[in-house]
Structures are given as structure tokens and as C-alpha cells.
Design a binder for this molecule. Structure first.
Ligand SMILES: O=C(O)c1ccc[n+]([C@@H]2O[C@H](COP(=O)([O-])O)[C@@H](O)[C@H]2O)c1
Ligand SMILES: Cc1cc2nc[nH]c2cc1C
Length: 336
């Protein structure tokens, strides 16, 4: 269990992370060039395999212990009627996760992944960011630490996701605060608000921006406009980097949390892939700003790590090919 003394201690950890192992990555590139296929014929799977090999420090790795973590949080701003669903659904869905009845339970099983669920003080929503910071430094630190400590040290791939009624509102506010543009550029329908609801939600995001935009780095912005499950995702992404565990990001809320790390430390997301493109308005622009190209585009807008869980199977398959295929020499196949 790691305890950060304050947010600066977390910032210091972020600035002192391992980098990619260039020798392992180059070894994987060399192996890739010898595999029984025309050069480049496995397309992006080849890039994924080499990227993964570099982060694991092993030029011929496989994936056998993927972990999915869903963090749940509640939001003071939800009282403003920014979601199509009531806040009690957050705790109800956590029960559903625990009983195996949610989409993520099925997708985790299909991916052969360990699913862990962490509910963060659901009875104590964050403060409404239109009135002040969403979290105190202590609350933010506790959430970051929960995320950090939730990562299994033996995992070899991590997906982080979330559940939190109202959380597309903080996610939109974070994206706008970090990347610029109007609230309307980043505010989407979330669980399905109608046109009137969307206009109201956009005004709420605008109010948050007026109060908190430009008041500090990505971590401070996350404290002011984010939420516990977003901070926990950021903590888990950082912890995975410290353990050289590659990460697959989920949808809009997850990517907004990740963007706070990138805004604090430029290379903080080099060990992360974008699992999918959510249909939440703004996710495409957010991924583009982070220079991430999504692996899948299936029209999902569920959250709860669902798109990331599906993408595990692509990354696993890339490594099965890379590490299991024969070389031209081994198979006695003539090269070009
Ligand atoms: O992952 C996404 O891109 C995504 C897009 C829209 C909605 N969600 C999920 O829906 C909830 C947030 O929506 P809302 O309307 O309550 O802000 C939260 O539990 C998310 O997991 C998730
Ligand atoms: C039912 C429901 C399930 C979810 N899973 C993730 N976010 C969600 C939001 C709702 C409303």
C-alpha cells in the first residue's frame, strides 16, 4: 500500500516513471521482420505487439493476466439534473457488477480478465463544481491512492473504467478546461439527455469553466472539476506505468481522466492505448488531442470499461501472433 503525503508527492511520482525498454522493442521489431507473412501484412497488430514488448521489457511476451478495474463515484453536480438517470443508479450498478449481471461481467469473462470493482464513498458525493472545487486535496489524494493501490502487481495488461451517474459532465468540463474550446464542443448526451437537457448540461459545464479553468496543472484541474472515480482511474494509470503494465483506456470519461495526467506530465500516457471510440460527442476530439487512435469503433457509450475490455482481445491476439508465429527460417518458407 502506497500512501502519498500530498498531491505534490503524486506529481513527483508522475515525473519519475520508467520509460519504454528500447532494446526489447527493437528486438520485437527484428522478430516481427522474420515472421511468416508479407512485411506489414498484420497491419496495426504488428505495431501493438512491438509497443507492448517495449513496455514489458520482453521481445517475445504473451498476455496471461489482464486486469479490468471499474471505479465508481457519485457527483454533487448530478443534483443539477445533468443525467437521464438518478444518482442512486451508481450504487445499484455496483451491486449488479458484484452479482455478475452487468455487461462488463460478460465482457471480462469473454476476455479472460480479472474484474475488480472499487466503489469510492458513494454516500458522500463530490461537491458541485459550479459552487467550488469538486474535491478537497485530501479527498483527491484518497481517490488517487485507491486507484494506485487497486492495480495487481502481477497483471500484464490493465483496463480502467468507471461507473458514475452524472460523470460525463465533469469529463466534458475537464476536456474543455485542459484543451480549450467551448463547453458545447465537449458536452454530449451521456446516458441520453434530450435537447433541453443537453443545453442545460452545457450551461452547467460553462459555469464550472468560469470558476476553475486555468487554475493549475492537470492534477489541480482534476481536483476542481473531476470526481473520485476519475481520480482513481488516473491513479491506476500512473501505478500501471510504474509497474510497466500497459494500459487500455476505455471511453470518454476515462480518457478525460487520462488527459489530466498528460497535461501534468507530457509522456504520462505513452504506455496507454485507446481501446475504442465512444459515441459520446467529444471523444474523437479528445483522442485526437492525445494523439491516440482507437482500436475499435462499435458505437458503444456504456462506460464501465466495456470498450477497453473488448480491446483486450485485440491486444492479446496481436501478442499471440507476434510471439507464437514461426519465422521464415523455422518454417522453411521462402522470403521475398
Ligand atoms: O464511456 C463513455 O464514453 C460513456 C459515455 C456515456 C455514458 N457513459 C456512462 O454513463 C454514465 C454517465 O452518463 P451521465 O449521463 O450520467 O453523465 C457513467 O456511468 C458512464 O459510465 C459512458
Ligand atoms: C443502467 C446504467 C448502466 C451503466 N453502466 C455504466 N454506466 C451506466 C449508466 C446506467 C444508467
Amino acid at each position: 500500500m502506497v500512501e502519498f503525503s500530498d498531491l505534490d508527492a503524486f506529481r513527483a511520482a508522475l515525473a519519475d516513471m520508467p520509460d519504454v525498454d528500447a532494446a526489447a522493442r527493437d528486438g520485437a521489431a527484428d522478430r516481427n521482420s522474420q515472421l511468416t507473412k508479407p512485411p506489414g501484412a498484420l497491419g496495426r497488430l504488428e505495431d501493438i505487439a512491438q509497443w507492448y514488448a517495449g513496455w514489458r521489457g520482453n521481445s517475445q511476451p504473451r498476455i496471461s493476466a489482464p486486469q479490468i478495474i471499474v471505479f465508481a463515484g457519485n457527483h454533487g453536480v448530478a443534483a443539477q439534473g445533468v443525467s437521464a438517470f438518478p444518482p442512486e443508479v451508481t450504487a445499484q450498478m455496483v451491486m449488479n457488477f458484484e452479482h455478475g449481471g452487468a455487461a462488463i461481467n460478460q465482457l471480462a469473462r469473454a476476455a479472460g480478465a480479472q474484474l475488480d470493482v472499487h466503489a469510492l464513498e458513494l454516500d458522500r458525493p463530490t461537491d458541485d463544481f459550479t459552487k467550488g472545487p469538486a474535491m478537497s486535496a485530501e479527498d483527491m489524494l484518497a481517490a488517487l491512492s485507491t486507484g494506485w493501490n487497486a492495480v495487481r502487481t502481477n497483471a500484464d495488461l490493465l483496463v480502467v473504467g468507471e461507473m458514475g451517474i452524472g460523470n460525463t459532465t465533469p469529463a466534458a468540463a475537464l476536456a474543455a478546461a485542459l484543451l480549450g474550446g467551448d463547453a458545447a464542443d465537449w458536452t454530449g448526451r451521456g446516458t441520453g439527455v434530450d435537447d433541453t437537457g443537453l443545453a442545460h448540461k452545457t450551461r452547467v459545464v460553462d459555469e464550472g469553466l468560469a470558476l476553475h479553468k486555468g487554475k493549475g496543472d492537470g492534477i489541480e484541474t482534476l481536483r476542481r472539476l473531476g470526481g473520485r472515480e476519475l481520480a482513481a482511474m488516473a491513479g491506476a494509470i500512473a501505478r500501471a506505468r510504474s509497474l510497466r503494465i500497459p494500459v487500455i483506456l476505455d471511453g470518454f470519461i476515462c480518457t478525460a481522466a487520462a488527459a489530466c495526467l498528460a497535461h501534468t506530465h507530457i509522456s504520462a500516457l505513452d504506455h496507454c492505448l485507446a481501446g475504442h471510440l465512444s459515441s459520446e460527442g467529444g471523444h474523437d476530439r479528445l483522442l485526437a488531442a492525445l494523439n491516440k487512435s482507437p482500436l475499435l469503433s462499435l458505437g458503444l457509450r456504456l462506460g464501465e470499461a466495456s470498450g477497453g475490455a473488448l480491446a483486450i482481445q485485440i491486444v492479446k491476439a496481436a501478442l499471440e501472433c507476434h510471439s507464437g508465429m514461426a519465422t521464415f527460417a523455422e518454417a522453411g518458407v521462402s522470403g521475398s
